[in-house]
Design a protein around this ligand. Sequence first.
Ligand SMILES: [Fe+2]
Ligand SMILES: [Fe+2]
Length: 203
Amino acid sequence: MENDQLSYHGHFVPYTRDELVAKLRAALTDHRYQHCLRVEQTAMDLAEQNGVDIEKAAIGGLVHDYAKQRPDADFIQAIKDYQLDPELLNYGNAIWHGVVGWLFVKNELQINDIDILNAVRYHTVGHQYMTPLEQIVYMADYIEPGRAFPGVDEARKITRNNLQDGVAYQTKQTLSYLVTHNKPVFPQTIVTYNSWVPSSGID
Ligand SMILES: [Fe+2]
Ligand SMILES: [Fe+2]
């Protein structure tokens, strides 16, 4: 199914797809907006393959980066207002746009479905428990057709074959990248790794 054939007004969001798309377009650069459309479509495809609700996957994919271009001050304010873990203040947009950004999705896009919100929340650092929907948004973000990093074809192949193996693959690659480049590792990323990688069937 193609993303522009969807009409989900009233199911999980009080907007038509066109209205929601317009909000994404207004919040993001064209480059990132196009990425969100590709994640939407990829999430739909993965949902179809894995027997997951296609509308929820589409919405999660479309809005996952909604908060990506917010100023840092908005996130810092939200961390304080919602009394989130102060440790978050030691990180930046790369972590915040998912872990904190879901609050903007809830408040500004009026999406209250907890599955969709958690899919946004966990899309960058993952979680020890991820539902198939959460796994799908996590993977769609990683393998959408615009991605072109070493290993992406392997990631696509693994994910099409087995969604959970895809989650393990991405989680391992991400942690490996961070360590190799002396980047800080958000603690949840290690929790996700411990939950998904050692028990997986990937190499
Ligand atoms: Fe993101
Ligand atoms: Fe993304």
